[in-house]
Design a protein around this ligand. Structure first.
Ligand code: GN1
Ligand code: MG
Length: 369
């Protein structure tokens, strides 16, 4: 079914004016929908859930409802003492009262409220934005921390289990196509060696979890900087969007992902590797904002693995992009040939920069914890 036909099924007043592609997500299709009546205009977000990634879209929607209801209540309870108006998208029901539309092709569509007058960044250019990014993530993790884990389903089995990504990579490499793509370019071979030299790294968080040092908590799963909304007028962070991957996990996945995406001023899509580096000043700014909210619930053991999470999630994302390139771009959307290879180059360059700055990064953590 066409997106505009689906858009009119949500319980939003007015006639459809237009529908525009929104954001730069690598997984779902996202649109801004504009509805108008004689006296008003309402905009909302329409998304088609990518079922190649999310095999159980109803579970995604169930988690989203549970977590947003829980978080909205906490936001309301704390509203008086807050230094800002915190927001979080609301699931918009259909005219039939459902939480989503399933069209005749079996595609799942959802409507979400728009977080108005905010912007998100593809790359962070100032410490102020980094602090806000940290604050928004810490705030989100804190307000959902008591949401019962048993109510949340695993919407994406294997997500952020780095040893499993390494297995997928090995499978992609064994295929004829994978071998061909690896051997065709010096750059792909270089990345292959980069992975080989870091095989021992992949289980660092998983081992700590298996040993009972780290615990599962409700997490966001995908707090990259483009998912963090900053108020256009006050410059304060107000909200985190893209709640598909909210599920039980390690808070380290979130911390590592927010850090790796915020502290590389070149962003994820640059093709100039000389621009890619880990900016320790941005990192320090982010840590300050994060700990202001998260400091209270992080345990001693949690703190011990924060550095590892930064290095690991940069490496993991590079590995996921590289494996997807070798498998023929089946997971992450691409707009040009070799984009996933390029994205992998960027994350691996960032990982190297993180490794080179390990003592500095650890010092920043020690100074603020
Ligand atoms: C994907 O869809 P988007 O762009 O928010 C991916 C994340 C990656 C990110 C890298 C469900 O997120 O894990 O970190 O791309 N989401 C999923 O840009 O795999
Ligand atoms: Mg996402």
């Amino acid at each position: 079914m066409s997106a505009s036909k689906v858009a009119t099924q949500f319980d939003v007043p007015g006639r459809l004016v237009t529908l525009q592609p929104l954001g730069a997500g690598n997984v779902n299709d996202t649109y801004r929908v504009i509805m108008r009546t004689t006296f008003s205009e309402e905009q909302f977000v329409l998304q088609k859930i990518n079922q190649a990634v999310f095999k159980d879209p109803a579970a995604v929607m169930s988690n989203m409802k549970i977590v947003t209801d829980f978080a909205h209540q906490r936001i309301e309870e704390e509203a008086e003492e807050s230094d800002r108006i915190w927001q979080l998208p609301r699931v918009i029901t259909t005219k039939n009262g459902d939480d989503y539309v399933v069209d005749e092709d079996g595609e799942y569509w959802r409507g979400l409220s728009m977080i108005a007058s905010t912007k998100s960044y593809e790359k962070v250019e100032s410490p102020e934005v980094a602090t806000e990014a940290g604050r928004v993530l810490g705030h989100f993790q804190r307000i959902i921390s008591e949401c019962p884990l048993d109510d949340l389903q695993d919407t994406l089995p294997g997500f952020h289990i780095t040893p499993d990504y390494l297995k997928n990579y090995d499978v992609a490499l064994e295929q004829e196509k994978g071998q061909e793509l690896l051997n065709i370019s010096m750059e792909a071979m270089r990345l292959g060696r980069f992975v080989e030299n870091r095989r021992d790294l992949v289980s660092v968080l998983q081992d700590a979890y298996d040993a009972g040092k780290l615990q599962l908590r409700p997490i966001h799963g995908d707090p990259k900087i483009t998912n963090i909304m900053i108020d256009q007028f006050t410059g304060k962070g107000t909200c985190i969007i893209d709640l598909d991957t909210v599920k039980p996990g390690l808070i380290h996945y979130d911390f590592g992902d927010a850090v790796r995406s915020s502290c590389n001023p070149a962003g994820e899509e640059t093709s100039d590797l000389s621009e890619v580096f880990f900016d320790v000043d941005l990192f320090e700014a982010l840590v300050k904002g994060y700990l202001r909210e998260a400091g209270a619930f992080l345990t001693e053991a949690d703190n011990q693995y924060l550095f590892d999470s930064i290095r690991l999630i940069a490496f993991e994302l590079g590995l996921r992009f590289f494996a997807d390139y070798l498998a023929g771009d089946v997971y992450f959307k691409t707009v040009y040939e070799g984009q996933n290879l390029n994205r992998a180059r960027v994350q691996f360059a960032l990982c190297e920069s993180i490794e080179a700055r390990e003592p500095k990064i650890r010092r920043v953590l020690e100074a603020h914890i």
